[in-house]
Design a protein around this ligand. Structure first.
Ligand code: ASP
Ligand code: MG
Length: 468
């Protein structure tokens, strides 16, 4: 079987829903389970309305009207007057009523608990799953919704619940396996679940990907397809370099690096259960389903190693600490990192010498306090407006000459700090923000644009093979 997950944009209009039905139809032979997000904007609207109600602002009702209108607009053009439309309209009416009960309670009590937020947020997927099932039926498939809250059991960490895999497995087998066996297409709302007691939970924003991964992992899917509005992971942000290419395959580690650098393709933590079982996760653009997209897959299935992308992240602050006390001392780094931990400030890159340590911080909010506590440990300098530029890939430490190519490409950019070799998935360095884009373009040219014509070292040949 396969899992096909559709994001909000992919189901945002009658045209898009028809395209989804065609796509599912094409994959029918592979026994698809369909997982869906809420319609575009709906989760945000539901949660905004909840906050308004808790603040005793009665205009939460405007948001409810908007949610209603968004669904009606799609249905009007999608479903002809008939049983399908009537079924969906009555669902919509019931769920809006349920929603108003929640909002009234929140308003009356001026209190919004995480538990209530989840009951409210789940309405988005409870509605969209019915809509998608109608669209699939309309497209000639035998589609049937399964209420996620009857199979996706979770703990009770409302707003960020964890799926209970051992309890989900038998439920999936009981409910979905027979359907798949008879050619039915199960449709399930992503993002939501329920506790053992049946209380509605959500898996966190963007959680529909997690639902897809859980189902795929437990039913041993051949593939999990995540359909959205991106081509997949790119060799560079297309805004920085127009010659950006889609990367055909990435490892989960590379995907995590790209996510840190701002790729919005998907959060790798969401697909952990699938990655752990070695199930490939394919990212595709539902507007252009024939494009290859990107497959996130375990290293074994990957082709040659080498660079796969160039990325940068701005707004970085560098902290430099130097002290002769560090020489031959033990426990010094621990003391330094404890300061960052106490002030809830994650550290990203690190470079050390015998008497100094440089590190980068994304969020400088607590830096004044950090700085004060570091002062007794040594001489502290803080450099703002920096950027991390990174060449991401695998097997860097195995390729002679690769670091030389990286630094030759940026020879006229001033490098403040370098981090290399830590995970074998990237070479990262820090430059002034104003130099970042120039560095990114130079590196992209070196590894991805000129690659076909320049005389190639072994590493470069690998990289090229990988890209093309
Ligand atoms: N609808 C949820 C959200 O907007 C879950 C998802 O789309 O993945 O966060
Ligand atoms: Mg998403």
């Amino acid at each position: 079987m396969i899992v096909m997950k559709f994001d909000a944009a992919s189901i945002g209009s009658h045209d898009r829903l028809r395209a989804v039905a065609r796509l599912v139809q094409q994959h029918k032979g592979k026994k698809p389970v369909v997982v869906t997000s809420a319609l575009p904007k709906v989760t945000d609207l539901l949660l905004e309305a909840a906050d308004l109600a808790a603040a005793r602002q009665s205009d939460y009702e405007d948001r409810v009207q908007e949610v209603k209108a968004l669904h009606e607009l799609v249905v009007e053009d999608l479903l002809p007057d008939g049983p399908g439309r009537r079924r969906f309209s009555s669902h919509l009416k019931d769920l809006l009523e349920e929603l108003r009960v929640y909002y009234k309670a929140v308003y009356a009590l001026a209190e919004l608990t995480p538990r209530t937020r989840d009951a409210i947020a789940a309405i988005g997927e409870r509605l969209s799953s019915e809509l998608v099932a109608e669209a699939l039926s309309q497209g000639g498939l035998r589609a049937e919704t399964i209420d996620a809250r009857t199979v996706i059991l979770t703990d009770d960490k409302f707003g960020a619940a964890s799926p209970l895999m051992a309890e989900i497995a038998p439920r999936l087998k009981l409910k979905m396996k027979p359907m798949l066996g008879t050619g039915q297409v199960p449709v399930i709302g992503g993002y939501m679940g329920a506790t053992r007691e049946g209380v509605t939970t959500t898996l966190g924003r963007g959680g529909a990907d997690a639902t897809a991964a859980v189902i795929g992992a437990l039913l041993d899917a051949e593939e999990i397809q995540i359909w959205g509005e991106v081509d997949g992971f790119m060799t560079v942000d297309p805004k920085l370099a127009p010659d950006a290419l889609a990367i055909p395959r990435v490892t989960p580690d590379e995907a995590a690096e790209l996510t840190y650098f701002g790729s919005k393709v998907l959060h790798p933590a969401m697909i952990r259960p699938a990655v752990d079982k070695g199930i490939p996760v394919r990212i595709g653009d539902s507007r252009e389903p024939a494009l290859p997209g990107t497959v996130i897959t375990a290293t074994a299935d990957l082709g040659p190693s080498g660079p796969c992308a160039v990325a940068c992240r701005k707004g970085i602050t560098v902290v430099l600490l130097s002290t002769p006390r560090m020489l031959m001392a033990t426990g010094f780094l621990r003391q330094v990192f404890e300061v960052f931990e106490r002030h809830d400030t994650p550290v990203d890159l690190i470079a050390t010498s015998e008497v100094s340590i440089s590190l980068t911080v994304d969020d400088p909010k607590h830096l004044p306090a950090v700085r004060e506590e570091l002062a007794p440990l040594g001489d502290v300098q803080v450099l703002g407006d920096m950027a991390i530029v990174s060449v991401i890939g695998r097997g860097f430490v195995r390729h002679p000459g690769l670091a030389a190519r990286v630094f030759a490409a940026i020879r006229d950019v001033n490098v403040v700090m370098i981090s290399f070799g830590a995970s074998d998935v990237n070479v990262s360095f820090v430059v002034a923000e104003g130099d970042a884009e120039r560095a990114v373009r130079a590196l992209h040219r070196e590894f991805f644009e000129a690659a076909a014509t320049a005389p190639l070292a072994a590493a470069a040949a690998d990289a090229t093979a990988r890209v093309h």
